[in-house]
Design a binder for this molecule. Structure first.
Ligand code: SF4
Ligand code: SF4
Length: 369
């Protein structure tokens, strides 16, 4: 569907919803819609990212096909979110060498080969020498290791920030409005608890159109597991740079405990989400978003499992080769991150923030009246 047609179709459906208002209590999309009598493309983009795909509105709706209104908010919002991810990212396309499955496989193999070559050149081939200290740095040296991971990581962060700035300009406008502390506090609270994924009281209807809390719990496992792995990496850097403690760290240390617990949590969460996706209704999404969802979940699973294997094998001869596999996966993941479904949470956080900003303001305006 062309962009203008997509927005016209979304506007048509949302006008029906704005007259109906049956779903008002399901999620913040509906009260936000009520605030708008005329909608711009920025408004519609904002509403689509505020939607958390719980699917309760579709399950409750009496105007879905075969009714002539043919209402399907989860599907139209999914198409709009796809458009958001593609429209705001710059450069607009993933680098040519990383395109498609073949591109990714080739990049993964090339980076793996580069790591092995660097290991041979800088350490005389520590990757094949079996465990020495069990430290990742023994593979290619400290500074080189940091540089080879930091370059794609900084690239990803830069591309994602640029995309978010363009998104905010289109959906809101004023950058100074990003400084509202009360709206950020509410936004972070709601995001941490994922309150917008609860749908109606019994949970969201993602799994076979039946209410369930499984999706929200699995999301929590992935989110907090992922955050713990970041705590692990950060605490390792702090121990090394501020306390002079070199890796590998003992099993009962902050980096190892947080990395292990986080890896296990995220692994379980990904497995549950893959299972739930198989049981979800394909009519309420798009084939491309379904592929993107599976791609993200399998990629996270591969990263978590390979990270756990690095820890498990750090006293064995498998340590070097498994570390190469894990590092190559991390570097490729950083390279393509802004072009994957990974970015969905960044737009959602901004949409939730904007929603809280609007609520604060409209309450203030009501008080004035
Ligand atoms: S999704 Fe259906 S029931 Fe819900 S507000 Fe829209 S038209 Fe009404
Ligand atoms: S799918 Fe859920 S989150 Fe999205 S608009 Fe419908 S009720 Fe709201």
């Amino acid at each position: 569907m062309l962009f203008d047609d997509l927005f016209a179709e979304a506007e048509r459906q949302l006008n029906v919803c704005n007259s109906c208002r049956y779903c008002a209590g399901y999620c913040p999309v509906w009260p936000a819609l009520e605030l708008r009598t005329a909608m711009t493309q920025g408004d519609i983009t904002h509403l689509s990212n505020l939607c958390h795909d719980c699917r309760d509105c579709f399950t409750a709706c009496m105007y879905t096909a075969p009714h002539e209104f043919d209402i399907n908010p989860p599907a139209i919002f999914t198409q709009l979110r796809e458009r958001t991810y593609a429209h705001y990212v710059w450069p607009a396309r993933v680098p040519a060498v990383l395109r498609g499955r073949r591109g990714l496989a080739a990049a993964f193999l090339a980076i793996g080969a580069l790591l092995v070559a660097l290991s041979v050149l800088t350490t005389g081939g520590a990757v094949f020498a079996g465990p020495q200290t069990g430290s990742a740095y023994e593979l290619i040296g400290h500074l080189l290791m940091i540089a080879i991971v930091a370059v794609p990581a900084l690239w990803s962060v830069g591309v994602m920030f640029t995309a978010l700035a363009r998104y905010w300009k289109d959906t809101h406008g004023q950058f100074r409005d990003l400084l509202n502390g009360r709206a950020w506090a509410a936004c972070l609270n709601q995001s941490a608890r994922m309150t917008h994924q609860t749908g109606a009281e019994e949970g969201c209807a993602y799994e076979e159109n039946e209410p369930s809390v499984n999706r929200r719990r699995a999301h929590h496992l992935v989110m907090y597991g992922f955050l713990l792995t970041i705590v692990s990496t950060t605490s390792a850097a702090v121990e090394e740079n501020f306390f002079g403690q070199q890796p590998p760290y003992p099993y009962l240390s902050v980096p190892v405990i947080t990395g292990t617990v986080g890896g296990i949590m995220a692994t379980i969460g990904c497995v549950v989400l893959i299972r739930l996706k198989k049981r979800s209704d394909a009519f309420q999404t798009t084939p491309t978003m379904r592929r993107a969802d599976y791609g993200l979940l399998w990629a996270l699973l591969a990263l978590m499992v390979s990270g756990l294997l690095v820890l498990l094998t750090r006293t064995t001869v498998a340590f070097g080769p498994i570390l190469v596999v894990h590092l190559a996966a991390v570097i490729v993941a950083f390279g393509i991150m802004p072009y994957t479904k990974f970015v969905h949470w960044t737009y959602r956080v901004l949409a939730v923030y904007k929603d809280n900003l609007e609520r604060t303001r409209s309450r203030r305006e009501l008080v004035k009246v």
